[in-house]
Design a protein around this ligand. Structure first.
Ligand code: AMP
Length: 448
């Protein structure tokens, strides 16, 4: 990983040196975890000694491994069902935690159940019937099962983990957590992880940990100071319009625009080209030769806007750019770091703008947590941006129509390649068909 903007603080010690058994060292290797992260290196030796832990750490620090590894090591010694319970504030986090337990414990046959709201209780009851070793749950749903699922109890529990305790308490899970604490043995190990030490977290800690060791570790990921990071909350329907506005404001700069799907790279490129911007897509759907062709055009300055997905952007030698736009917010926060690492390299400055719609808020908040800072808002007068709306909507409609047509044609002449050539050909054809289309005066002015 050669990104200058990505600072990874690696540890000198190995997983074996911090006390993990051979099976778990192997499991870490299988996940390509080369050395323990800071929080893992500091917390695991104490955990293996049997101490309670308070970990001040954020997502991205490797905190899940810091509690999962010692729990699995202990499970190996006395394998029993309902061995550990992890409380998580959200269903997404609960699923991620269970995935890490399963990945680390796959060679050892670790079984997990995830108990979160919004999923059928019955399905979860069946999963509990299989007597899992680890239960990962949101507090409300766990309490539901403790009250209503026949035969299910946590009376044999050996470990309790309160993950993201600050968020758990902010989400009004206090009462549910109290009730859960009453239903589990007092004789247990407890690990509490939190990004911040609030009063509520302090109170919870005093109530349920015994002589804990406190360990602090900043996120493994941080972004460089020369990178200016901004966001803009916008309704989904105005995203294209904002994208065009920002690119136009920054005309003359080199930009990378990240989308979630290959289809979107193609559609956006067509829209932008229809509006006279020099955009080119790179997507996993294109052959390697086509991708390189597109990249060369970008490097040579023939096109100054590269539209891509996360997958396509990796493994390609992409030069540093002036601006990164997250047209779609990445669902995996680490992708954000990789994306913005394309700008502000080697001491130069750069701008990253994230366009966040109503469906992407949770992912955006996770990014802020990962990088450990609140971003500033991208400044723009909405009324000014929306002056482009008609023209952008027009360009979008035409582009969608062209893609549909080309799809039908392509089915007829199977075997021809796709991607960049198509975009180029289609862009030329709608430029011609819309030579006389009316555009916003503001936009034309901005193009000059
Ligand atoms: P977490 O902070 O637990 O959410 O972990 C963030 C990410 O870091 C996850 O994708 C883990 O798979 C990864 N990770 C955890 N520990 C390590 C490690 N020692 N080396 C490399 N990656 C790790």
């Amino acid at each position: 990983m050669a990104d200058d903007a990505l600072i990874e603080k690696e540890q000198d010690k190995t997983f074996a040196e911090i006390g993990l058994c051979a099976e778990l060292v192997e499991a870490c290797e299988a996940l390509n975890w080369k050395t323990p992260s800071k929080i893992q290196a500091e917390a695991i030796p104490y955990a293996l000694e049997g101490r309670d832990l308070i970990g001040l750490a954020q997502t991205g620090s490797g905190k899940t491994g810091a509690f999962a590894l010692p729990i699995i090591q202990s499970l190996l010694e006395h394998k029993s069902p309902f061995f550990a319970c992890v409380l998580s504030p959200t269903r997404e986090l609960a699923i991620q935690i269970a995935e890490q337990f399963e990945a680390l414990g796959s060679g050892i046959g670790v079984k997990c159940s995830v108990l979160v709201g919004g999923v059928d209780m019955m399905q979860q009851q069946l999963s509990l019937g299989k007597r899992p070793h680890i239960v990962v749950a949101t507090p409300g749903r766990l309490l539901d099962h403790l009250t209503n699922t026949k035969g299910f109890s946590l009376r044999t529990l050996k470990y309790l983990v309160l993950d993201e305790a600050d968020r758990l308490l902010n989400m009004d899970f206090e009462k549910a957590i109290d009730d859960i604490l009453k239903a589990i043995p007092k004789e247990r190990k407890t690990y509490l992880f939190s990004a911040t030490m609030t009063n509520k977290v302090n109170k919870l800690q005093r109530a349920c940990l015994r002589n804990p060791v406190k360990i602090e570790a900043a996120s493994k990921y941080s972004t460089v100071d020369t990178l200016k990071q901004q966001y803009r909350f916008i309704p989904a329907k105005y995203k294209d319009c904002y994208l065009v506005y920002i690119l136009t404001e920054m005309s003359g700069s080199t930009s990378m625009v990240f989308t979630r799907t290959c289809e979107a790279t193609r559609l956006l490129s067509l829209i932008l080209r229809n509006l006279g911007l020099k955009a080119i897509p790179i997507s996993g759907q294109m052959s390697q030769a086509k991708r390189l062709g597109a990249l060369n055009k970008f490097k040579a300055g023939e096109c100054n806007i590269l539209i891509c997905t996360d997958v396509a952007s990796r493994g390609l030698d992409i030069p540093s750019v002036d601006m990164v736009i997250n047209y779609d917010i990445p669902t995996n926060s680490k992708d954000y770091i990789h994306r913005v690492g394309r700008t502000a390299r080697a001491g130069r400055s750069g701008l990253a703008v994230s366009l966040v719609n109503q469906y992407e808020l949770e992912w955006y908040l996770q990014i802020e947590q990962l990088i450990g800072k609140k971003l500033e808002e991208y400044p723009a007068e909405e009324a000014e941006v929306l002056m482009l709306l008609e023209r952008v909507s027009d360009a979008k409609r035409i582009s969608q129509m062209k893609i549909k047509e080309s799809f039908t044609n392509k089915r007829k002449r199977r075997g021809e390649d796709d991607g960049e050539d198509d975009t180029e050909r289609l862009a030329i054809s709608h430029k011609n068909s819309h030579k006389n289309s009316k555009g916003s005066k503001k936009f034309r002015n901005k193009q000059r």
